[in-house]
Write a protein that binds this ligand. Structure first.
Ligand SMILES: NC(=O)c1ccc[n+]([C@@H]2O[C@H](COP(=O)([O-])OP(=O)(O)OC[C@H]3O[C@@H](n4cnc5c(N)ncnc54)[C@H](OP(=O)(O)O)[C@@H]3O)[C@@H](O)[C@H]2O)c1
Length: 244
């Protein structure tokens, strides 16, 4: 896959899946614009990918600033990956409204606004990848109602946008990872969760969590011209968890 001459924005490129995606794209010759929220995470990423251009933004409040920053750094875009995300795992009965609102705004609304305002930069068509989750389809032992709500919304948005943006040759897909070891899930890998984790991993046909790099390779494929006839799709990348 060749990304020379391609400009790609990775929102949430400072950690986990977004970081791995930014680094692979960088190694394939893309001009990578990436956003992060935490300086330390941005600096860690830059150590492995010094040619990545980083902006530090706090979503959703900085959505407009992200758009302006991208326009200042590139007059064309060929792809966008939305890998920013937060999770709150409260039981449904006591779910705090402000946490539901924050999760929806970070995970869904900021992507909607940023993509909407960057469409004019897709002058040659392009590819958009959203990150949903297996939680959009399956209940979990860890309470996931609010998170599932945001991840289901992404599937609907993917379908609607694939239809609406096809006329510009913009492809829109989402991926649905299972358990991937990143900062977001790090607590689940602590000793105190050994039992819950082992029970969860027993349900995964491949009997292990995935790595950010494995997920990033799927994202990079969907961004590439090799995926030129794939749009409106939502693809599981979960070690087979969805078959259990
Ligand atoms: N890990 C999994 O098992 C899993 C499974 C299914 C889906 N997903 C989804 O995959 C995506 C990537 O998650 P990950 O596992 O790679 O998590 P991660 O390592 O925690 O990365 C999340 C990224 O989002 C950024 N971010 C979070 N809140 C933000 C905010 N308010 N404003 C701006 N940026 C913010 C983080 O920035 P900083 O690090 O700089 O703060 C980081 O770059 C998320 O949408 C997540 O829901 C993950």
């Amino acid at each position: 896959m060749d990304f020379v001459g391609k400009s790609i924005l990775v929102v949430g490129g400072s950690s986990g899946i977004g970081r791995a995606t930014s680094l692979i794209l960088n190694s394939l010759g893309a001009k990578v614009l990436a956003t992060g929220r935490t300086k330390e995470h941005i600096d860690e990423t830059l150590q492995s990918g010094p040619r990545i251009t980083f902006g530090k933004f706090n979503l959703p409040k900085d959505s407009d600033k992200v758009v302006n920053w991208v326009k200042e750094n590139s007059d064309i875009l060929h792809g966008v990956v939305f890998s920013q995300g937060v999770i709150f795992t409260e039981p449904f009965e006591t779910f705090r409204t402000h946490e539901l609102e924050e999760m929806f705004k970070v995970n869904v609304e900021s992507s909607f606004i940023i993509l909407r305002d960057l469409i004019p930069l897709f002058k040659e068509g392009g590819s958009v990848v959203f990150i949903s989750s297996v939680d959009a389809f399956f209940g979990e032992t860890i309470p996931s109602s609010g998170y599932a709500l945001t991840k289901s919304a992404i599937i609907g948005l993917t379908h609607a946008l694939a239809y609406e943006l096809g006329k510009y040759n913009i492809r829109v897909n989402s991926i649905m990872p299972g358990l991937i070891r990143t900062n977001m899930t790090e607590d689940f890998f602590k000793n105190e969760f050994d039992n819950e984790r082992n029970e969860f991993i027993k349900q995964i046909p491949l009997r292990r969590a995935g790595t950010p790099e494995e997920v990033a390779k799927l994202i990079v494929f969907l961004l590439s011209d090799d995926a030129s006839y794939i749009t409106g799709d939502s693809i599981f990348i979960d070690g087979g968890y969805h078959t259990a």
